[in-house]
Design a protein around this ligand. Structure first.
Ligand SMILES: Nc1ncnc2c1ncn2[C@@H]1O[C@H](COP(=O)(O)OP(=O)(O)OP(=O)(O)O)[C@@H](O)[C@H]1O
Length: 377
C-alpha cells in the first residue's frame, strides 16, 4: 500500500501540518451514553482520553456498543449523555461534516459507478474545495496509495483489497484529525486481512494520525493498537495496552474474553512475604498479583506446568488428560481437574512429558505464580 515510505512521509507532513496543535488530547469522551428512542441503552458512562497519534481499538462481542460509540464520535448518532471533545473543542452536537473526523465502513460505502478518482474526490467536493486544490490533493493521495493506474476505473470493477485502499484514501484525503474505522477489514479473506493489517499499522505510524478502530477480532485489536478498550453490554470493562490486557485482565469478563484463562474462585488469604497476594481455593493456596482482598484467580493457559514431581510448597492440581494436540512448537492439552472442570493448557510441544502424554493419562499441574492475576469477581 505504501511502496515509497519517503513519499508517504512527505505526504504525511503535509496531511498533518494543520493538526499539530498543543492540545493534550485528540479525543475525549466524558461519561458518554446512548439510549436509543426504543429504550435500548447501547452505551453507558464511556470515559476515554486519546493522545494524538494513538491507535485505539474498541473490542467486544456483537452488540456490546462498539459501533454506536464510533458513530457518536463521528456525529452520525446523537449522544444522550455526557460530552465528546476533539482537540479540546466540544463537538457533542456538531454535525458529522463539521467534525474533523473521517469514517471508513466495513463495506467501504464507495459509489460503484463513480471512478476511483471521483470517489476519492467526493469528500473534497462536499467541503467546497476549489477544483485545482482538489485535483492536487486527489493526485497526491492516488500516488501515495499506488492507485494512479486505477484512477479512471469504476469502483465496482476492483478487487476487495483495492476497494479497501480506496476507502482509506478517501478517508484520508480530507485530512482528518481522527480516522474512525468500523471493522474495515471484515470483508477481506484471512490472507489479505493479515497483509492489510500490517499496511494499516505502517500507514498509521507514518501519518501520525489518531486511529479509532472497531473490531470483534481479538488478534486484530491486540496486534494493531496501542490501547484496547474492551466493552461488554454497553459498559467499558478495561482500557489497557494489549500486553497488559492479556497479562493482567481486570474483570472476569476480560479474563474470559481475552486469551485462554482458567478462573478459580477462593477466599482471600493475605499477602505473601514477597508482596504477592494469596487465595485459598479448593485446590490449595494460589499466589498471584492483584489487589488485597481479591477473590478470584485468573490463570493463563501457558502458566500451567506439567510437574510430575512437583516443587515443595507449590500448588499441585491433579487431573487427567482428555485431549492432546500439537500445533507447531506449541502443545495444547485439555485436562480434567478433580472438580470435573476441563481446562486448556499450553506448553512446549517438544517437552518429553508432552510427547508421552496421551488421553487418559494422569497428570499433576503446577502454576507459575508470576503469571497469575487475582481479581474481584
Ligand atoms: N438504531 C437502533 N435502535 C435501537 N437499538 C439499536 C440501534 N442500533 C443499535 N442498537 C442496539 O444497541 C446495542 C449496541 O449495538 P452496536 O451496533 O453499537 O454494537 P456492536 O458492538 O457494534 O455490534 P456488532 O459487532 O454486531 O456491530 C445492540 O443491543 C443493538 O441492538
Amino acid at each position: 500500500m505504501i511502496p515509497n515510505p519517503g513519499r508517504a512521509q512527505i505526504a504525511a507532513r503535509t496531511l498533518t501540518s494543520s493538526i499539530c496543535g498543543a492540545m493534550t488530547h485528540d479525543l475525549e469522551l466524558n461519561s458518554v451514553g446512548k439510549t436509543y428512542p426504543d429504550g435500548t441503552t447501547a452505551v453507558q458512562d464511556f470515559d476515554l482520553k486519546v493522545e494524538k497519534g494513538e491507535f485505539v481499538a474498541f473490542l467486544g462481542p456483537s452488540g456490546c456498543g462498539k459501533s454506536t460509540t464510533l458513530r457518536m464520535i463521528a456525529g452520525f448518532e446523537e449522544i444522550t449523555r455526557g460530552n465528546i471533545l476533539i482537540k479540546g473543542r466540544d463537538v457533542s452536537h456538531t454535525p458529522p461534516e463539521k467534525r474533523p473526523t473521517s469514517m471508513i465502513f466495513q463495506n467501504y460505502a464507495l459509489f460503484p459507478h463513480m471512478t476511483v478518482r471521483q470517489n476519492i474526490g467526493f469528500g473534497l467536493d462536499i467541503k467546497g474545495l476549489a477544483r485545482s486544490e482538489k485535483d492536487r490533493k486527489v493526485e497526491r493521495i492516488l500516488d501515495m496509495f499506488d492507485l494512479t493506474e486505477f484512477a479512471d476505473r469504476k469502483a465496482d470493477r476492483l478487487s476487495g483489497g483495492q476497494r479497501q485502499r480506496i476507502a482509506l484514501a478517501r478517508g484520508l484525503v480530507v485530512e482528518p484529525e481522527i480516522l474512525l474505522l468500523d471493522e474495515p477489514l471484515g470483508a477481506l479473506d484471512a490472507n489479505l486481512r493479515r497483509i492489510i493489517q500490517n499496511e494499516l499499522k505502517l500507514l498509521q505510524r507514518e501519518l501520525g494520525i489518531t486511529f479509532v478502530f472497531v473490531t470483534h477480532a481479538q488478534s486484530e485489536a491486540l496486534g494493531l493498537s496501542d490501547r484496547v478498550v474492551v466493552m461488554s453490554n454497553g459498559v467499558v470493562e478495561q482500557i489497557s495496552p494489549p500486553e497488559e490486557l492479556y497479562r493482567r485482565p481486570a474483570t472476569p469478563f476480560v479474563a474470559g474474553f481475552i486469551g485462554s484463562n482458567t478462573v478459580i474462585k477462593g477466599t482471600p488469604a493475605g499477602a505473601a512475604p514477597d508482596g504477592t497476594q494469596q487465595l485459598t481455593t479448593p485446590f490449595g493456596t494460589i499466589t498471584g498479583h492483584g489487589l488485597a482482598g481479591a477473590d478470584t484467580a485468573v490463570i493463563p493457559a501457558e502458566a500451567f506446568r506439567i510437574a510430575p514431581q512437583g516443587t515443595p510448597g507449590e500448588i499441585r492440581l491433579p487431573g487427567t488428560i482428555t485431549a492432546r494436540k500439537l500445533v507447531g512448537a506449541v502443545g495444547h492439552l485439555r485436562v480434567r481437574l478433580s472438580d470435573e472442570r476441563e481446562i486448556d493448557i499450553e506448553t512446549h510441544a517438544a517437552a518429553p512429558e508432552v510427547q508421552t502424554l496421551a488421553p487418559g493419562a494422569g497428570v499433576t499441574l503446577g502454576i507459575d505464580p508470576v503469571a497469575v492475576t487475582l481479581i474481584n469477581s
